[in-house]
Design a protein around this ligand. Structure first.
Ligand code: TYM
Length: 347
């Protein structure tokens, strides 16, 4: 895909730390597909971010390719965007180092995700976990990004990205465009089906009955929705404070079908929760089953996936290099010699 100077730029990414969930699909991916035609879209599999938490190497490799297949199956057409794997574009790590030097210890200490993750990984509170938002800022700023479509939990990270960019611009002169986080109108925070007070998450421990994975079978999806925690009132209407479970199911249903909360309340007036849960499960299955089928077909064509991520890396590298060169000039690094002119070792 050629970038079009007239179109604004979109950047987003997901960690290949596990199987994609309905949360990341409704909170992020389905929003990407909405914008893809009107934006220069740069979409990433953020594997560098994933190793802040320990993961077996074979699993990370497998997840990354599976995620690529699922992106495409969800409607992220590689012909319409730049689709790549973060570690293939070294400029991300390079800019992150520069930005580390323009980010304050105090502001990173206040990040809620750092506090949560360090509480969950008390035996591995590594420096990468702490500087994670700086790498994310580098991802976004490398591409002169206008919008970052993410779920609600990433809002704070986009805010700190703006703060870092502003600080750099003030010290070194106008360099970075300030990005805006774009959240979906509904389902910006999909909650766990078994505990609607906590976010649906791939890292959920235990039996994972509260999390819908994009790879789940129809039976599993129906079973998980049937068991979804609700309340004893047996009346379908939206009340985020007092009916967290039902409100979460309504958000999922609304996001997939496009029905408003009022319409849903009307359609299910006088019906029990059982009927509503089944309707939500069916809507989710109708959406996910064709995606699974397409992803499985793509996964059996490794050559195609390799072609997609190779072309994506070349395209992203060229775009990212322009910004990195500008940043290096601004901070005072001597211009890099052309690699072709470097003397061979020993001569
Ligand atoms: P990650 O991998 O945790 O989540 C990926 C995306 O899915 C959204 N999401 C949800 N939305 C609604 N409800 C949920 N239950 C839910 N779970 C996940 C997240 O908000 C996110 O948009 N730091 C990022 C990845 C990242 C990134 C970036 C994103 C790295 N660099 C640059 C945007 C731009 C993360 O951990 O997302």
């Amino acid at each position: 895909m050629e970038t079009n100077a007239k179109k604004p730029t979109l950047f987003s990414g997901i960690k290949p730390s596990g199987t994609l969930t309905l949360g990341s699909y409704l909170g992020a991916i389905s929003n990407w597909t909405r914008y893809i035609d009107d934006y220069n879209s740069i979409l990433c599999i953020v594997d560098l971010h994933t190793i802040t938490v320990r993961i077996p190497p074979a699993e990370l490799r497998r997840n990354s390719l599976t995620q690529l297949a699922y992106y495409i199956a969800c409607g992220i057409d590689p012909e319409k965007c730049v689709l790549f794997i973060q570690s293939h574009v070294p400029a991300h790590a390079e800019l992150a180092w520069v930005l580390d030097c323009y980010t304050m210890f105090g502001e990173l200490s206040r990040m809620t995700q750092f506090k949560d993750k360090s509480a969950k990984n008390a035996d591995n509170i590594n420096a990468g976990l702490f500087t994670y938002p700086v790498l994310m800022a580098a991802d976004i700023l490398l591409y002169n990004t206008d919008i970052v479509p993410v779920g609600d939990d990433q809002r704070q990270h986009v805010e700190i990205c703006r703060d870092i960019a502003t600080r750099f611009n003030n010290i070194c002169g106008e360099t970075f465009r300030l990005p805006t986080a774009v959240l979906p109108k509904v389902a910006a925070r999909v909650m766990s089906l078994s505990d609607p007070t906590s976010k649906m998450s791939k890292s959920e421990t235990g039996d994972q009955s509260g999390c819908i994975f994009l790879t789940d079978s129809k039976d599993d999806i129906v079973r998980k929705f049937r068991r979804a925690v609700t309340d004893s009132e047996a009346s379908v209407y939206y009340d985020e404070e007092n009916k967290k479970g039902i409100s979460n199911l309504m958000s999922i249903y609304s996001s997939i079908t496009g029905s408003s909360f009022d319409q849903i309340a009307n359609d299910f007036a006088g019906k029990g929760y059982g009927d509503f849960k089944l309707a939500v499960a069916e809507a989710v299955c109708d959406r996910l089953m064709p995606i699974q089928e397409k992803a499985n077909a793509l996964l059996s064509d490794k050559a195609y996936l390799e072609q997609v991520y190779s072309e994506g890396a070349a395209r992203a590298s060229a775009l990212a290099r322009r910004t990195l060169d500008k940043v290096y000039r601004k901070v005072g690094f001597v211009a890099k010699p052309r690699m072709g002119r470097m003397p061979e070792a020993g001569k």
